[in-house]
Design a protein. Structure first.
Length: 392
C-alpha cells in the first residue's frame, strides 16, 4: 500500500495541469499511472474506466478515487480526490467571491462572450455524447423524447422521470447486450457484501431523506442536500451537471442565471473536474455561513455520492458487469441524459447567449475552434471574453 501523501502529491500535480475535460483527464491518468508509474495494468485501468461510465457522478474523479483506493485504501481514495480537485476548487471559489464583490461585472460585455463560449462547449459535449450514446434509432428517440419533455416541463422531477423512462426502454430493447469482462482480483464473499451494503445504504439514505427533514436541520443541510442530489443523478459526464444545477440553483432563486452561466463558462478554462463549479456556486449562496464554508459544503455534497458508489461497487464490479439488465438500463439512461443536456442547451444556454447574427457567428467559431482545431478550452474562453468586450 502506498502512503496517502504520495498519492495526494501525484494527483495534485495532475489537478494543476489536467485541462480539457473528462476524456483528456482519463488520458492523463493512463499516461501517469499505467505507463509511467506502473500502478495499474492496462486491463485494471480499463476496468476502472468502465466502472466510471456505469455509475452516476464525475467520471474522471471516480477513476482517480478508484486508483487511490486500489493503491492506498480509503485514505488513498480521499487523497486522490482531494489532490485532483483542490486546484480547480480553490480557483472557482476565488472566481465566485470575485463575482459577489463586483456585481456590476455581471453586466459587462466580457460575460456575454463567456456565455457564447458556453454555447460552444455544451454543443461540443452534445456532439461527443451523441456519437457515443445515440448510435441507433431507439437511443436517438429516447434522447429526442427526453429533450422534448424537459423543454416543455423543465423541472427536476421530470429530469428523473426521463432517466427512469430511458432505463425502462433500455430494459425492453437492449436485453441482449453482452460485454467482455476483464478479470480483477477477487476478495472474500463477506467483504463483498459488507462493502457493497454499507456504502450503498449510505448513498441511498442521503439521497432519499425528505427535504422537509433536511430543512429542519438548517440552511447548510439544505445546501448539502441540493448538491448531493445533483451529484447522485448525473450520468454521462461532467457537462450533464448543467441542467441539474440550473434547476437546483437558478430556478430556486439561490443564484442569478448570469452568474451561473459565467461560473460554468469559467469552469471550462480550468484544469481538474468540472464538478468543481460547486465551490463557486456554493460561495454565492446568501446565508449566515462563511462563504468559504458554503463552498466546501457544496463541493463535498456534489462529489460524495459518486465517491460512495465507487468505494462500494468496485469490489463487486466484475460480477455486476455480467448482469445484462443493468447494462441495458444504463444504455437507455445514457441516451436520456443526452436529451436532458440537449434541453439545457436550448434553455438556458442558447436563449441567454444568442441574440444576434453576430452572436451566432461567434458561437459557430468557438465550436469549430474546440472541435476541429482542438484549441485548449482555457484559450477559447479567453478569446470569447475578449470578443465580447470588443463587440459590446
Amino acid at each position: 500500500m502506498l502512503p496517502s501523501s504520495k498519492i495526494f502529491t501525484a494527483f495534485l500535480r495532475l489537478g494543476l495541469i489536467s485541462f480539457g475535460g473528462p476524456v483528456a483527464h482519463l488520458a492523463y491518468f493512463h499516461r501517469d499511472f499505467v505507463l509511467r508509474r506502473k500502478w495499474l495494468t492496462e486491463g485494471e485501468y480499463a476496468e476502472l474506466v468502465s466502472l466510471s461510465q456505469f455509475l452516476p457522478g464525475p467520471a474522471s474523479s471516480q477513476v482517480g478515487a478508484a486508483i487511490g483506493l486500489s493503491q492506498g485504501g480509503l485514505t488513498g481514495a480521499f487523497a486522490a480526490w482531494l489532490g485532483f480537485t483542490l486546484p480547480s476548487a480553490v480557483l472557482m471559489l476565488i472566481f465566485g467571491l470575485g463575482l459577489l464583490h463586483y456585481e456590476s461585472a455581471l453586466n459587462r460585455n466580457w460575460l456575454h462572450g463567456i456565455k457564447i463560449v458556453t454555447v460552444a462547449a455544451v454543443a461540443q459535449a452534445l456532439w461527443s455524447m451523441g456519437q457515443k450514446f445515440c448510435r441507433d434509432q431507439v437511443c436517438a428517440l429516447i434522447a429526442i423524447a427526453a429533450a422534448g419533455l424537459l423543454v416543455f416541463v423543465p423541472l427536476l422531477g421530470v429530469q428523473v422521470a426521463a432517466m427512469v423512462g430511458g432505463a425502462v426502454v433500455g430494459l425492453v430493447f437492449f436485453r441482449e447486450i453482452s460485454e467482455s469482462v476483464v478479470a480483477i482480483p477477487a476478495k472474500k464473499e463477506a467483504e463483498f457484501r459488507v462493502h457493497f451494503g454499507l456504502y450503498l445504504c449510505l448513498f441511498l439514505v442521503l439521497l432519499l431523506i425528505p427535504m422537509s427533514v433536511v430543512s429542519a436541520l438548517g440552511p447548510n443541510a439544505v445546501l448539502f442536500a441540493r448538491f448531493y442530489k445533483t451529484g447522485a443523478l448525473v450520468f454521462g459526464g461532467g457537462h450533464v451537471v448543467l441542467p441539474f444545477l440550473q434547476t437546483e440553483m437558478v430556478a430556486s432563486g439561490l443564484v442569478q442565471n448570469d452568474a451561473f452561466l459565467a461560473a460554468y463558462g469559467a469552469a471550462q478554462a480550468l484544469p481538474g473536474p468540472l464538478f468543481s463549479i460547486a465551490a463557486c456556486l456554493g460561495s454565492m449562496v446568501v446565508s449566515s455561513t462563511p462563504r468559504w464554508l458554503s463552498a466546501v459544503i457544496a463541493l463535498v455534497g456534489i462529489f460524495l455520492p459518486g465517491l460512495l458508489l465507487v468505494v462500494g461497487v468496485l469490489p463487486l464490479w466484475q460480477r455486476l458487469r455480467q448482469v445484462t439488465a443493468m447494462t441495458a438500463a444504463i444504455k437507455g439512461i445514457n441516451a436520456a441524459v443526452v436529451g436532458i443536456l440537449l434541453a439545457a442547451f436550448y434553455q438556458p444556454v442558447w436563449t441567454s447567449a444568442i441574440h444576434t447574427p453576430s452572436d451566432f457567428a461567434a458561437a459557430v467559431l468557438m465550436f469549430l475552434l474546440l472541435v476541429f482545431w482542438r484549441l485548449p478550452p482555457w484559450l477559447v474562453v479567453m478569446l470569447g471574453a475578449s470578443l465580447g468586450m470588443v463587440w459590446g
